[in-house]
Design a protein around this ligand. Structure first.
Ligand SMILES: CC(C)(COP(=O)(O)OP(=O)(O)OC[C@H]1O[C@@H](n2cnc3c(N)ncnc32)[C@H](O)[C@@H]1OP(=O)(O)O)[C@@H](O)C(=O)NCCC(=O)NCCS
Length: 173
């Protein structure tokens, strides 16, 4: 497995993992018709925009065949909260590559980059019903905030996992 910065021609691979991982992760949490309607072309357009955001960073994980099997992105906290500086926006692996320690390697890479950007603390939002919340708890994240979000026409709760000192996450990796 290799982790490297995402490039323009990774957009299709990222979009494929995005759609595939959303469909497996959010089955039973988001409506089936919504997940079934997720579309790689639309995601590609979003990722084309995301990769151009100057202060954000996106990494991809490749398997030994050079196929993208996961990605993560981060950058400045997105709501201009005066108390929070850095945020991991997304981290997704294909189901068959989960629980093999790759998430930890990926998050370390993103955190190193966020620290280089000067971010001193961190938040990561996750749907409360997502079993992957266990990942953030293992990494020492504390549930510091909650908000209701509307997705696919339904209201869901998101939990904000916070690290007062971004370096604290490294202790758990
Ligand atoms: C969340 C995710 C990125 C974590 O990456 P990963 O490679 O699976 O995690 P790791 O193997 O590095 O896990 C490290 C530890 O975190 C904890 N952990 C990881 N996933 C967990 C889960 N679903 N439930 C509970 N604990 C979990 C465990 O303690 C795990 O160690 P263990 O496997 O030895 O028990 C990955 O599982 C994933 O892509 N999930 C689906 C997408 C998703 O939910 N993304 C987050 C959206 S907010």
């Amino acid at each position: 497995m290799k982790i490297r910065k995402a490039m323009e021609n990774d957009i299709k691979g990222i979009a494929q993992v995005h759609v595939n991982s959303w469909q497996s992760t959010y089955a039973g949490i988001l409506p089936h018709h919504y997940l079934a309607s997720l579309n790689i072309e639309t995601r590609m357009k979003n990722w084309q925009r995301n990769l151009k955001m100057l202060h954000n960073v996106t990494f991809v994980a490749e398997n030994s065949d050079g196929e993208i099997i996961g990605f993560a992105s981060g950058g400045p906290e997105q709501t201009n909260d005066p108390h929070i500086q850095g945020e991991v926006y997304a981290i997704y692996f294909l189901k068959e590559y989960q629980r093999q320690g790759l998430g930890k390697q990926m998050i370390k890479t993103v955190i190193d980059e966020l620290m280089k950007m000067g971010h001193k603390n961190l938040i990561i939002w996750a749907l409360k019903d997502n079993p992957s919340c266990g990942f953030y708890e293992t990494l020492g994240g504390l549930a510091v905030a909650e908000k209701t979000v509307k997705m696919a026409g339904i209201e869901l709760i998101e939990v904000g996992y916070g690290w007062k000192d971004i370096q604290d996450i490294l202790i758990h990796l």
